[in-house]
Ligand binder design. Structure first.
Ligand code: GLC
Length: 403
């Protein structure tokens, strides 16, 4: 039996937490991270997990506070599981762009998704977590640091050996895939068998060099202005859960200001950045009734006095924003599928937007058939895949090193 405790710093939203929406925030609400206890026995995976909230103040404060907080949560989790004092191996899913120095060492390149904790960029995040654990007397041995895409690919490949791509569509978006070493010009690691490696594409940053300017809209530009990382992660900002609600709000606001919605009355609530959460968009799209009661209720909370036509227009905006996101993700995947040249392929997926949005998966299926008709592609949802995968990696490493 391998027992792995895992701090999964993946930022997908927990359903219960989302239900406590704070409506009129002027910045996106905090984030979550998940701690998992994973037991592997005869190929079966047994998990216990707990979600911890990260307040915006911690996301944007000092790195020391952020890692202390994670260490505190790990301590609490170990205590609750009766594992106090036990020295456990840890796989750390750190869902941000990193320079991978080794299996258990990765330096943060830049923060994304509303984080800006100081003193972390260019630092080894495994070391920072390990120091915080020492400060808090938590016995943990960090065996592996992995990106959430890699974790997802690993956990899905464990179940389906035809899985070669890991995809996240949650607060942020990113993908990784298996690549032959000969194709990796920058590879200066070991060249032995198996001659392949996982490439974390960090595709959220696609377009930061201006290459997608022709498809960005004024709404995308207005959204970018109110983010911490202006001009960065432009592809991600057109696709992922952190941003879709705000893009929709920008469009609704413009139509209201042009007197094409709500009789031209622009409520104070509607004018607040981030007031229209991506959860609203998902809920509006889930409601297939003709009268659009859910949309009506959300508009009421935003103090927008709507007519039936207004509801129809707002629903159409939500639908257009999510359809565009699904098209953009699939376009990225189509490029990867073509590059890999496989006839059949499984793509492992994790992330709240993919999981909770009612049309995302069907839309991706349709667009995939249009863009790569020559390939048979299967999308495989992996619940907690990013965390489970990191645990699997840590467990294998422990077995190999005999620690
Ligand atoms: C952001 C991060 C990336 C992560 C993705 C999904 O794009 O930069 O590392 O994989 O979000 O969580």
């Amino acid at each position: 039996m391998a027992q792995v405790i895992l701090s999964n710093f993946t930022l997908f939203a927990d359903e219960k937490e989302i239900q406590k929406w704070r409506l009129f925030c002027t910045r996106p609400r905090g984030s979550n991270f998940r701690v998992l206890l994973v037991k592997l026995r005869d190929g079966n995976v047994e998990m216990k997990s707990k979600v911890y909230k990260i307040a915006t103040e911690i996301m944007t404060g000092t790195g020391e506070n952020l890692f202390n907080y994670i260490a505190d949560c790990l301590a609490e989790f170990k205590k609750e599981q009766g594992l106090e004092g036990k020295d456990l191996p840890l796989g750390f899913t750190f869902s941000f762009p990193c320079r991978q120095n080794g299996l258990n060492s990765a330096s943060l390149v830049t923060w994304t998704k509303g984080f800006s904790a100081t003193g972390v960029v260019d630092q080894d995040v495994a070391k920072l977590l390990s120091e915080a654990c020492k400060r808090r007397n938590v016995n943990l041995d960090i065996i592996a640091v992995v990106n959430d895409t890699t974790g997802t690919l690993m956990s899905c490949a464990h179940a389906d050996s035809n899985c070669y791509v890991g995809l996240i569509i949650g607060t942020g978006t990113n993908a990784c895939y298996m690549e032959a070493l000969d194709e990796v010009e920058l590879w200066n690691g070991d060249k032995g068998e198996p001659k392949q490696t996982i490439i974390n594409m960090e595709w959220g940053a696609f377009g930061d060099d201006g290459s997608i300017e022709d498809i960005r809209t004024d709404f995308d530009r207005e959204l970018d202005k109110i983010t911490l990382n202006q001009g960065k992660q432009l592809y991600e900002k057109m696709i992922s859960g952190m941003y879709l609600g705000e893009i929709s709000r920008q469009a609704i606001l413009k139509l209201a200001k042009e007197k094409l919605l709500f009789n031209g009355v622009v409520s104070a609530e509607l004018q607040k950045p981030w007031a229209f959460e991506s959860k609203f968009l998902t809920d509006i799209e889930k409601d297939v009734s003709t009268d659009g009661l859910v949309c009506r209720e959300i508009l009421r909370q935003l103090n927008c006095r709507d007519t039936m036509e207004d509801v129809t227009v707002v629903r159409a905006i939500c639908s257009a924003v999510s359809t565009r996101a699904a098209k953009l993700v699939t376009a990225g995947l189509a490029a990867v599928i073509k590059k890999m040249g496989r006839k059949t392929l499984t793509i492992g997926v994790d992330g709240s937007l993919y999981k909770y949005h009612p049309r995302f998966h069907p839309l991706m299926d349709t667009f995939t058939r249009e863009l790569v008709p020559e390939a048979r592609v299967k999308y495989m949802l992996s619940e907690d895949g990013s965390g489970k995968g990191a645990a699997l990696i840590a467990a294998v490493a422990v077995r190999l090193t005999g620690k």
